[in-house]
Design a protein around this ligand. Structure first.
Ligand SMILES: [Zn+2]
Length: 268
């Protein structure tokens, strides 16, 4: 391997780690669904394929591709078990990742790259340290719903006015506390939206290179899981298995494209 290429990779990694502000920058890879939550169930040639299994296989390959490039990565779910949104956010946040990527499959034939669409700044204050504490307390109401899917339900967007008026003689009641906690918790993504878009853009570019002629698109939609992540966060949907034959080389190709995007993102 040419020396210049190796040197360039090292410089990319160094920059990425520096940007993360930590010696051990970590990428959190979140395989969608799990346990009783199968995700989309596809019927291919009379055989049923569950999205959750392919999500995990792709996530594992991404993690391996990143580690091969010297990056540090971990899986939010490494076995077939159910995790709610709050659990996923907590598992990922505990390791303070520099980047978060949730991996899903689509029902259509395109790669879709998603960044969270958050409420307008007029309605949503930038989260404070209290948001982090709420996150630590972590019983937030975000646990319900299908984890991490774009169809997992709209974000609860509660305006500060609802949270400002205490009941019970000045003390917030349990419902109000839960609302406040959920609200702060759901705002954690806000300071990272710009970087999330940067990473999404790097991912689009890399997928276009890896799958020339492939259909790759970008969207911002309300995504409660990404809202709860205090790091640049992106959700990718890979084409459904009716459109892409998920052989090992294809899975490796996707993983390489994602790993290249992580390195390119870290380089600017
Ligand atoms: Zn999914």
């Amino acid at each position: 391997m040419p020396f210049i290429f190796c040197a360039a990779v090292l410089i990319f990694q160094w920059t990425f780690f520096q940007q993360a502000g930590a010696a051990q920058a970590i990428v959190a890879i979140d395989p969608g669904h799990g346990g009783y939550d199968e995700g989309i169930v596809y019927n291919a040639d009379g055989k049923e394929i569950s999205e959750k299994k392919l999500d995990l296989a792709i996530a594992r390959a991404i993690s391996a591709a990143l580690q091969a490039k010297g990056a540090n990565a971990f899986l939010v779910r490494s076995v077939d078990r159910y995790l709610g949104i709050a659990q996923r956010a907590q598992i990922a946040s505990a390791r303070r990742p520099a980047l978060f990527l949730s991996v899903h499959l689509a029902s259509a034939g395109a790669f879709q790259v998603y960044v969270s669409l958050m409420p307008s700044p007029q309605l949503a204050p930038v989260p404070s340290a209290a948001a982090g504490q709420a996150m630590q307390a972590g019983t937030g109401g975000a646990a319900g719903g299908a984890a991490g899917t774009p169809a997992g339900g709209p974000a609860v967007q509660t305006g500060p006015a609802v949270l400002a008026a205490p009941v019970n003689g000045g003390q917030p009641g349990p419902d109000q506390q839960a609302l406040r906690q959920y609200y702060l918790y759901s705002m954690r993504q806000r300071p990272y939206l710009g970087k999330s878009r940067d990473f999404a853009s790097a991912l689009e570019q890399s997928l276009k290179q890896a799958f020339p002629g492939g259909n790759i698109s970008y969207m911002e939609i309300p995504l409660p899981l990404l809202d709860a992540i205090a790091a640049p966060a992106v959700l990718i949907e890979c084409p459904g298995p009716q459109y892409m034959d998920y052989t090992q080389p294809v899975i490796s190709g996707i993983a390489q494209a994602v790993a290249n995007a992580v390195m390119a993102y870290g380089a600017h």
